[in-house]
Design a protein around this ligand. Structure first.
Ligand SMILES: NC(=O)c1ccc[n+]([C@@H]2O[C@H](COP(=O)([O-])OP(=O)(O)OC[C@H]3O[C@@H](n4cnc5c(N)ncnc54)[C@H](OP(=O)(O)O)[C@@H]3O)[C@@H](O)[C@H]2O)c1
Length: 110
């Protein structure tokens, strides 16, 4: 079975993906998010804490699980928060995506 890794698994989209994977059971899931797992069901998949602003943590998780695919849903989604802290918004919604991609290329495809 293939393994997919989700980022931002505590969020709306991340939780929907976990739900779908658990219902269908066609792939192994590694759900990741910053902090503790808030999805109510804790079995049938793996959870790893992964703050996408922490490259060392991202590297360690990607290297450990070597997923076949990554579904990236971690983001700063509140527009008012983005306006209030544009620098953090850019780091999270732009820079961290590039870092995640580079780490996946390096750790999975090398
Ligand atoms: N929901 C939709 O209908 C929809 C539709 C189309 C596209 N999208 C896109 O899909 C993405 C996710 O949307 P969403 O509705 O699921 O948003 P959301 O509910 O706000 O979820 C985003 C998740 O990212 C997590 N996160 C924030 N910073 C993080 C970090 N540094 N490391 C790891 N995780 C972090 C948040 O954690 P905390 O909960 O701990 O803050 C949150 O759980 C966004 O890019 C959005 O634009 C969503």
């Amino acid at each position: 079975m293939k393994t997919i890794l989700t980022t931002g698994s505590n969020g709306l989209l991340g939780q929907k993906i976990t739900e779908k994977v658990l219902v269908e059971g066609r792939v192994n899931l590694v759900a990741t998010s910053a902090g503790v797992n808030r999805y109510p069901v804790k079995e049938g998949y793996e959870y790893a804490e992964m703050d996408i602003l922490n490259p060392e943590q991202v590297k360690a998780v990607v290297e450990k699980y070597r997923p076949d695919a990554v579904i990236h849903t971690a983001a700063m989604t509140n527009v008012d928060t983005c306006e209030a802290d544009k620098e953090l918004c850019h780091r999270l919604n732009v820079d961290a995506v590039g870092t995640l991609l580079s780490i996946c290329e390096e750790k999975i495809y090398s």
